[in-house]
Design a protein around this ligand. Structure first.
Ligand SMILES: Cc1ncc(COP(=O)(O)O)c(C=O)c1O
Length: 472
């Protein structure tokens, strides 16, 4: 067995049915494996949001990535139409970001930020404020979008108390929202399956209706015409609960995980106006819309709606090291600091808050965004993306197409009695044909890296058309 063979066996032992025994034994001797691990087993890793049984019976693996592509163990290129999970905005294995992580790891592996600090976290927070809307310039670092949402909700409640309004404790989310998987985010979220098995949720939460209206808005290009008035339901909730009990409203500017729901024209402005009128905080969850996805740094600038807090994650450092953040307004931060009765103003934080590697990766990512003009690029190529997507309007099974910036959604007619089955088949068939898409319900959702070229877009559309043609 030559060296390459051995390395390949080691890399692939978990799923290659006939991984040579000698390679496994050698790995054990070298301390790579423990008694409990067995070759050829995919059992130990409980995969998230995945049908584990089905996946493990027919796994799809990637071992490497570069720019717009993933590569399978056999070397097959898979064009990434989803930026991983909406997160690899600058393309895969971006050399400058990889190098920044290497360098940081060699200099300061870890330092906490409780009662001590390291320059990278302060520097990165400062750098972020240069991109964020005016006065949204107090940054709390987390490790994921879910944690960013929990953090923002907790800050909202603590802030209301700090300003002498502890009765403002309710949180308002929206149907068909995804704000991550922790208890606060799940509670303000609006995805039935994500909520139904996990008990009574956080109390004091209510929901706005979602804005998806296929009867009036099907095949809208960009923002749909109809539905701004759906924001007015907030007045009904205020009538029911009274504004004096409501701390904050949280929405995704564009709902991604529930199938690309683009806000109707004027909707977000209306929501902002109502929140201002009734003294309620507005939190925009920009975990997917942040960092150029719409062709502006943040959706908040794209829609010209200034929230009180923005939640971030994913593309914050090109998804290289787990990280998220909350950008809070200066008013919130100053109030919390001024009115605190204890030296610590916010009893909240994570061991990994502001991790040196994540911050170093984040700053290199901001450099790449700037040097490659990636937000402008997204803006420039968005019309081509829109035309290409809408050319699928006559493809088989398609009942709606939606787009904004470099986000696209293709809604398929559900198979009678078998919702989601058709989209899942489309996902598998696309992967086999060298294209990674994402499906949610019966919707194909796409969000390519901002380095995407027109030829890539053509390949995405051609592959999807071909696949849909073959599906029952
Ligand atoms: C809008 C939004 N908020 C929060 C999250 C949760 O982020 P994470 O998976 O990093 O916890 C996501 C993830 O897709 C998201 O789309």
């Amino acid at each position: 067995m030559n060296c390459n063979h051995l390395r390949y066996a080691y890399q692939t032992w978990v799923y290659e049915a006939d991984a040579p025994l000698a390679a496994i034994q050698s790995s054990v001797q070298n301390g790579f494996m423990t008694d409990t691990l067995r070759p050829n087993s995919l059992d130990a890793f409980w995969m998230p949001f995945t049908p584990n049984k089905a996946f493990k019976a027919d796994p799809r693996m990637v071992v490497r990535a570069d720019k717009m592509h993933y590569y399978t163990p056999e070397g097959r290129a898979i064009l990434d139409a989803t930026s991983g999970l909406w997160c690899v905005a600058a393309g895969h294995n971006q050399p400058k970001i990889v190098e920044a992580i290497r360098k940081a790891a060699g200099e300061l592996d870890y330092a906490g930020n409780f009662n001590m600090g390291h320059p990278l976290a302060f520097e990165f927070a400062n750098r972020l404020t240069g991109l964020l809307p005016d006065r949204l310039d107090r940054i709390f670092f987390t490790n994921s979008g879910s944690e960013s949402v929990e953090t923002a909700l907790k800050i909202a409640l603590a802030y209301q108390k700090a300003r002498g309004k502890p009765g403002k404790y309710r949180l308002v989310g929206r149907e068909r929202a995804y704000h991550g998987v922790n208890f606060g985010g799940m509670s303000v979220g609006g995805m039935t399956r994500n909520r139904m098995n996990f008990g009574p949720m956080v109390s004091g939460v209510d929901h706005l209706p979602h804005t998806h209206d296929i009867t009036r808005n099907a095949f809208s290009r960009g923002q749909p015409e109809h539905g701004a008035e759906i924001a007015d339901v907030l007045e009904r909730l205020i009538y029911l609960h009274d504004a004096s009990t409501i701390a904050a409203v949280i929405v995704e500017p564009v709902a991604g995980s529930t199938g690309v729901l683009v806000p109707p024209r004027g909707y977000l402005q209306r929501l902002r106006d109502l929140c201002t009128k009734h003294d309620i905080l507005l939190i925009l969850d920009e975990v997917i819309t942040g960092f150029g996805r719409l062709g502006a740094p943040f959706a908040s600038q794209y829609f010209e709606v200034r929230p009180d807090m923005i939640t971030l994650a994913k593309a914050i450092n090109n998804a290289t090291v787990p990280m998220g953040a909350v950008a809070a307004s200066r008013e919130i931060y100053d109030t919390m600091l001024a009115s605190s009765e204890t030296p610590i103003e916010l009893f909240h934080g994570y061991t990994m808050t502001g991790h040196p590697l994540a911050c170093a990766a984040g700053m290199a990512t901001l450099d790449v965004f700037k040097e490659q003009r990636l937000f402008e690029r997204a803006h420039e190529i968005a019309p081509y993306w829109e035309d290409a997507l809408h050319s699928l309007g006559d493809a088989r099974h398609v009942i709606d197409i939606r787009n904004l910036g470099l986000i696209g959604g293709i809604e398929l007619e559900p198979r009678p009695g078998k919702p989601t089955a058709r989209a899942l088949e489309a996902f598998r068939a696309c992967f086999d044909k060298g294209l990674l898409i994402r499906v949610t319900g019966d919707i194909i959702a796409m969000s390519p890296p901002l380095i995407v070229e027109k030829t890539h877009i053509d390949q995405m559309v051609d592959t999807i058309r071909g696949v849909l043609q073959t599906l029952e």
